[in-house]
Every structure is written in C-alpha cells, then in structure tokens.
Design a protein around this ligand. Structure first.
Ligand SMILES: *[C@@H]1O[C@H](CO)[C@@H](O)[C@H](O)[C@H]1NC(C)=O
Ligand SMILES: *[C@@H]1O[C@H](CO)[C@@H](O)[C@H](O)[C@H]1NC(C)=O
Length: 411
C-alpha cells in the first residue's frame, strides 16, 4: 500500500513503535552544532534529568544503559543464528561493506550492510526543496514523534522505506537484488516488534562485527516505523561517473572523502576481514575479468577471481579522493574510525539524535586483524597505479607463493 501525505499523521498516532520513542530525553548525545541546527523548526520537550549509572538487566545476564535496548540483545541472538550462520563473516556480511555495489552483476546479491546504505541514501534535500520527493508538494506534515509538532517527514532517512515499500523500491535498477535480503530480514524485524528502519541499521552493524578488524558501529534505536517510498535515481551505481556520484552524495551531505570512508569492501583477496586490502588491490593494474566477461559497471581486475567495480577504480585514481584512499592502506585505525564516523552520519540522516536511544552497547566487538597489509603474491610495487600526488605510496611486501586468486564467497 502506498500512503498519501494525508494519512500520515493518523498512522503515526495509531502505530507507535515500542523501542525508543516512548521515553525520550535520556538518549543519544548530540554535538552542539547538530542540536542547534535542529532546534529551530521543532520544539523538542525535554523530560528532565536521567541517571544512567544503573544498567538495565536484559536477557542472559547482559546489561544495557537503557531498558528499551534490551530487545536488541534478543534480535542480536536471532540474527547471529539465523542471518549470519552462527556469527560468521558469511556472504550476508561478506559482500556487505558496499555503498556502491554491483546489483546487476550475475551472482552478486545485496547483503545486510549494503541494505543499510540503500535504505539511507534514499534521502535528498535537493528533491525535497524541489518538492519532488514522495510525490507531494507540502513540506511540513504532522509529525509522528510525540514531542515534536511538525516535521518534514520525507527528510527522515534511513527510515526502513526500502523494506516498507519493497514493492516499489526494489523495482529500481540500482536496488536490483535487494529483495532477497529484505525478505530474509523482514520476518525477524516483525517477530521482535522493532521498526524496519532500526532493524536494517542494526543488522548491518552486527554483521560486520563478525569480520575481524571491523569497528563496533554506533547503533541508535527508535526510528519511526513509517516511511514514504524513496524516488528512483537516488542510489549511486558502479557505472556512474565520479562527478555524478560525488554530486549525489553531496546532496545527502557527504564530502568526496566521506564516500571513500564508507567504502570498506569485500571485493579484495581477503573478503572475510575488515582490512585495507581493498584500498591496495584497487590500485593494482587490472588484467582480466573474473568469470565470463564484463558486466555494466565492472572493469578488469588484477587477480584471478577478483571483482572490480568501475566506480572503485575511478575513485582510487581521482585526484579529489586518491589521497584519502591511499591513507587507509597503512592506517587501519584511521580507516575504521572514519568508517565509524561516516556510518553514524549515514544512519542518522535527517533523524533527530535526541529522540533516539543509544543502544551501541548491544553491538558486539570484532576480533582484531592478525595480518599486516601486503601486496598479493605475484604482484610488485610497480603494479600499483598510485594517484596521490601529495604522499608517496607506502612500501609493502608481497606475499610469497603462487599468485593470489580470490575464491568464490561460500554461501
Ligand atoms: C541522579 O543523579 C543526580 C546527580 O547526578 C543525583 O542527584 C540524583 O539523586 C540521582 N537520581 C537517582 C534516582 O538516582
Ligand atoms: C512496521 O510496519 C510494517 C508495515 O510496513 C508492519 O508489518 C510491522 O509489523 C510494523 N512493526 C511495528 C513494530 O509496528
């Protein structure tokens, strides 16, 4: 069903989400800048002091700062068992660290963290200003948030719209392939009575912690369980030019470097690790396509079996992003910190942090990486097409042994 603007306030009143919104002020901290930016159009009523020293007791002896976060431990158990094969860095997670992905390429499908992005990027202040978003003209609607009278509804994202409106949004070319992961996730979200928008972010955050080296992302709960379908054309595609992708992200509030920060990727020789190999291997001279020929948005890769997206190739070599790209190669800490920061921004686009509950203490911690960055076996530093003029390319040693190949990701 597609809702119209007129139905929204009624739906809002009729369907409160249990986690998060009922109690409001003790929650996510916000930076000063963000708070003042958000205060003017809305009146947020504060409900006074809160003591977070006593932790809420949740299932299996676990605790959280907030009682309403307890439900997420149960969701955690459920998805680790039933979505991530008992907590492994499996395919659901493997191909997941993508903001620009390969939906049209045979054999690839979108996974949980990709879904966080596809849901979140359906956000466009530009279309909103042009009154094109959601197909209606008025900007301000009655708000579903109990403490805020008016709220431009269609600027809230990620909002679960890709799951609420999968019948519409999965028809968009850039979302080709998302239906499978959505249908895997949807019944779990419904069973635990959590909002679709929260669930999508949570599953992505939990998923990557199954991969060694990944950061524990911030997770704020309390997104309203209502959304408008995002219009087509907002999700970047791998065949898009760097200019086009930068412009699309700029509309959503991200800099060119923040695009790179979001790009942790499994398209490298170590798909089970959250390491910097992706940033190294995208700079190697390409030689061949894996599998059977090329697909739209795909370019030749340097390793047998490795998959390379045109947009990754281009961002690695573009003067606007090449130095950020190269900086992650030997600085895993910067890579994870910037990924963490950019993901927090993505997860709260258009949301009001003060109205969300900080349930980050539910997110597990990944095991550490055990290997230093390296050149794949059979490659030399002269195979690197370094593009950052300001900084020399770091010295890396090549793995020994036969030339590295990338095995297919196990299902
Ligand atoms: C909450 O903390 C404040 C100061 O931090 C203290 O004065 C107050 O007694 C505490 N309230 C409760 C219920 O613990
Ligand atoms: C969220 O909305 C969907 C319909 O889009 C519904 O199926 C689900 O039960 C709702 N969840 C909650 C917690 O209200």
């Amino acid at each position: 069903m597609r809702f119209t603007a007129g139905t929204i306030s009624f739906l809002a009143l009729l369907s409160p989400v249990p986690s998060g919104l009922a109690t409001s002020s003790k929650h996510a901290t916000s930076s000063k800048g963000r708070a003042s930016e958000l205060q003017s159009p809305f009146s947020v009523v504060s409900s006074g002091q809160d003591n977070s020293t006593r932790r809420a007791a949740c299932s299996k002896g676990r605790t959280s700062a907030f009682q309403e976060c307890c439900v997420w431990f149960d969701v955690l158990d459920d998805i680790q068992e039933n979505l991530f094969d008992g907590g492994t860095c499996n395919e659901e997670v493997h191909e997941s660290l993508r903001v620009i992905d390969a939906p049209n390429i045979a054999g690839t499908r979108l996974t949980s963290l990709q879904l966080t992005f596809h849901d979140a990027i359906g956000f466009s202040p530009l279309l909103f200003r042009q009154l094109k978003f959601g197909g209606f003209g008025a900007g301000i609607h009655l708000s579903p948030y109990p403490r805020i009278k008016f709220r431009p509804m269609n600027r809230i994202s990620p909002d679960g719209s890709i799951m609420h409106h999968s019948d519409i949004e999965t028809n968009y070319a850039a979302n080709n392939g998302v239906d499978e992961i959505i249908e895997l996730q949807r019944p779990i979200a419904i069973a635990h009575r959590v909002s679709f928008g929260d669930f999508i972010q949570f599953a992505g955050a939990v998923g990557i912690t199954n991969c060694p080296g990944a950061p524990s992302l911030e997770f704020l709960a309390g997104r309203f369980n209502f959304s408008f379908a995002a219009p087509d054309g907002l999700v970047p595609e791998p065949a898009d030019s760097v200019d086009k992708i930068i412009a699309r992200f700029a509309d959503a509030g991200f800099s060119a470097n923040e695009i790179v920060d979001l790009l942790g990727s499994p398209f490298d020789s170590t798909p089970g690790q959250f390491d910097s190999q992706f940033f190294i291997e995208t700079l190697l001279t390409g030689t061949a396509f894996p599998g059977h020929g090329s697909h739209t948005g795909e370019v030749v890769s340097p390793l047998r079996g490795e998959f390379r997206l045109q947009s990754d190739f281009a961002f690695a070599r573009d003067s606007r992003t090449a130095c950020e790209w190269q900086s992650f190669i030997t600085d895993h800490q910067a890579m994870t910190q910037k990924f963490h920061a950019a993901m927090s921004k993505l997860a709260t686009l258009g949301q009001i942090r003060e109205l969300l509950t900080d349930c980050s203490d539910v997110i597990p911690t990944a095991s550490p990486l055990t290997k230093e960055p390296f050149l794949p076996a059979g490659k030399k530093l002269s195979d690197i097409q370094s593009a950052c003029e300001a900084t020399p390319f770091p010295t890396l040693t090549a793995d020994s042994g036969p030339a590295t190949t990338v095995p297919p990701v196990p299902h």
